[in-house]
Design a protein around this ligand. Structure first.
Ligand SMILES: Nc1ncnc2c1ncn2[C@@H]1O[C@H](COP(=O)(O)OP(=O)(O)O)[C@@H](O)[C@H]1O
Ligand SMILES: [Mg+2]
Length: 607
């Protein structure tokens, strides 16, 4: 139940509304119980059994006093104006109270609905906030479907089973107390008797009902063996026919089908027994209560008159529903706890890439990035994806990383914006360890383009700006021109305001890539990371994109992982990775001379 605390926290911002919701529900209950008790004087007058009280008693807030004074006023009306008028008074009171009851009922419900919908919204927002903060490793260890189902199905389940029941936990005990109080005032003896006998019978009914339902489930499991025999038959139909074994498999199937039928019949018989059984128990209980009640009414000198008894039964019917909803609410909360625990795996997840306290602020890249003996493994498997990487990238340099697929190129560049932290060794940016920087500032230094263009279902304009602040229309246009994107953008139906469809479905791969490049140019970062930015493109779009990338690289430190890019040859440094180790290093002429992996790739004209 400790997980429930997390959920209750979400109530705090709405505490005033929660209070109002409970208050209005209570007022509704009070007016409802009063209108039900009005049946007593009504019947009293009808059967001429209404007590006439001579004098009012001093007012106190107490049921007996209120009742006595009410009887005094009613008595006065009966003697002065007659019984019919008195009945009319009662009818008017009941009508007004019923109106009030329903007004308060509506208000109470409205606040409950407000709480319910807004708390769920808050939970979803918190989950998304949390998820956006996670380091990337989380998304590789968790299935995307799991995260989505936690954020949608589990949150919905929490809404239905817990949040919906929360008000029940607060409201129903108070309602039950009010009803019980009124019942005790009418007849303490009968109420005490009911308190003992009613839960007992309810307990018997639910227990028997549950165990019978469980028994019926066993029969249903047999359906499984029926299906598997059928599966065998269908799978082996050719062999069955070839061997003329129809009779054999038929008998097998019929036997299991017969067994299944017997089980199912038994199970259903048990199941349909539940309703008559519970009816029998309930009616017996009510009969016992009636018996005791009538004995009390008939006892000589009793104030528990027949109108009071009928009023008592009317109020008693009202207590059943909160008792039931309270116990349902309790079970629902238990049921919903499984979902709470599941979303708590997100809410209580500890980050691996965490920001230190008082991180260093950084606004610009001045000097160099250095890898010192960096090794890295993706957590659980402990196999080093990168081993002993030593590398210096100077400001203004273009550095190309080359190697077979799976050699660790992407992993190496992902360490620089701190998508992951090295397992061993350290990475310094301008002589300070990456871990010491403010993460937001650090990532602000990088532009990132890879072959996966991430576009959102929004306008082209918004996809280029991508949340950056203080951007003018002109800035976007300049960036788009540099990215070779302006010309195709203005050809779109609404120009920059054209919506690009889900995942950019209305654009070609090359166009999407150029929008990503415009986005990177607009961000104007000092350091650029290009992870196989053109590898998914055909030759024609590659030309346009390559040109755009050339513009993007101008005056920037660039780390490029290339598939077939001429920039590799012109890079200041070429790093060749093999199985996570740097095996060759230098400019084009130098590494070619080594006659190793790079030379072979070069011969194959992969670049
Ligand atoms: N998120 C991840 N979790 C576990 N292993 C990974 C993950 N990403 C990559 N790897 C593994 O790390 C190795 C290097 O991958 P990567 O850096 O993507 O290589 P490259 O970019 O050179 O193709 C591969 O063996 C790959 O299977
Ligand atoms: Mg890669």
């Amino acid at each position: 139940m400790s997980g429930l605390k997390n959920i209750i926290q979400y109530l705090i911002p709405y505490k005033l509304k929660a209070f109002l919701s409970i208050l209005f529900n209570l007022l509704a209950a009070i007016f409802s119980v009063i209108s039900f008790t009005m049946i007593i004087p009504f019947l009293g007058i009808l059967f001429s059994k209404q007590q006439v009280i001579e004098n009012p008693i001093p007012f106190r807030f107490n049921a007996t006093v209120i009742q006595q004074n009410f009887n005094y006023f009613l008595g006065k009306i009966i003697t002065e104006k007659g019984q019919i008028d008195a009945l009319l008074y009662i009818i008017v009171i009941v009508a007004v109270f019923t109106l009030l009851k329903n007004v308060f009922f509506y208000l109470g419900r409205s606040y409950t609905i407000h709480l319910r919908t807004h708390i769920v919204k808050d939970i979803r927002n918190t989950l998304l906030n949390k998820i956006l903060d996670f380091d990337l490793s989380y998304f590789y260890t968790q299935k995307r479907g799991d995260i989505i189902s936690k954020m949608t199905l589990d949150v919905k389940e929490i809404e239905i089973s817990i949040i919906n029941s929360l008000d029940v936990l607060f409201k129903d005990p108070i309602l039950i107390t009010i009803y019980l109080y009124v019942l005790c005032v009418m007849s303490l003896k009968l109420t005490l008797f009911i308190i003992v006998i009613f839960p007992l019978s309810a307990f018997i009914v639910t227990r028997v009902g549950k165990s019978l339902k469980r028994a019926s489930l066993k029969g249903q499991k047999q359906m499984g063996s029926l299906i598997s025999v059928l599966n065998e038959i269908l799978g082996g139909i050719k062999v069955i026919k070839a061997y003329n074994s129809e009779e054999f498999v038929k008998n097998r199937f019929f036997k299991i089908n017969q067994y299944y039928t017997i089980l199912l019949e038994k199970a259903w018989r048990k199941r349909v027994f539940v309703t008559p059984f519970s009816d029998l128990v309930t009616v017996s209980t009510i009969l016992i209560i009636m018996w005791v009640g009538v004995k009390l009414v008939l006892a000589p000198g009793s104030t528990f008159t027949s109108p009071v008894f009928i009023g008592y039964l009317a109020v008693f019917t009202q207590i059943i529903s909160p008792v039931r909803s309270f116990s349902n609410g309790y079970y629902n909360i238990i049921k919903g706890m499984a979902s709470v625990n599941r979303i708590n795996t997100i809410l209580n997840f500890r980050y691996k890439v965490e920001e230190i306290e008082n991180p260093v602020k950084i606004a610009d890249f001045k000097n160099s990035i250095e890898f010192k003996d960096v090794s890295f493994s993706y957590g659980s498997d402990k196999i080093n994806v990168l081993s002993n990487i030593n590398l210096t990238i100077k400001k203004g340099e273009v550095i190309a990383i080359v190697g077979h697929s799976g050699s660790g190129k992407s992993t190496l560049v992902d360490l620089i914006p701190r998508f992951y932290d090295p397992s061993e060794g350290k990475i310094l940016l301008d002589e300070i360890i990456l871990k010491n920087y403010n993460i937001y500032d650090l990532r602000n230094l990088f532009g990132y383009v890879n072959q996966q263009t991430i576009l959102f279902n929004d306008t082209i304009y918004n996809n280029i700006v991508f949340g950056q602040k203080d951007i003018s229309k002109e800035d976007v246009e300049v960036a788009s021109r540099l990215a070779n994107a302006h010309n195709f953008i203005i050809k779109q139906k609404h120009g920059y305001q054209t919506s690009i469809g889900e995942g950019g479905s209305k654009l070609s791969l090359g166009e999407k890539q150029r929008i990503s490049i415009a986005r990177a140019i607009l961000k104007n970062p000092p350091i650029l990371i290009l992870d196989e930015a053109t590898s998914a493109l055909d030759n024609e779009s590659e030309l346009a994109v390559r040109d755009a990338i050339g513009n993007l690289m101008n005056n920037r430190t660039t780390i490029v992982i290339a598939h077939r890019l001429s920039t590799v040859k012109n890079a200041n440094q070429i790093i060749v990775l093999d199985k996570g180790r740097i095996v060759e290093k230098g400019n084009h002429e130098e590494v070619i001379k080594l006659n190793g992996i790079y030379a072979r790739l070069n011969d194959l004209e992969i670049f």
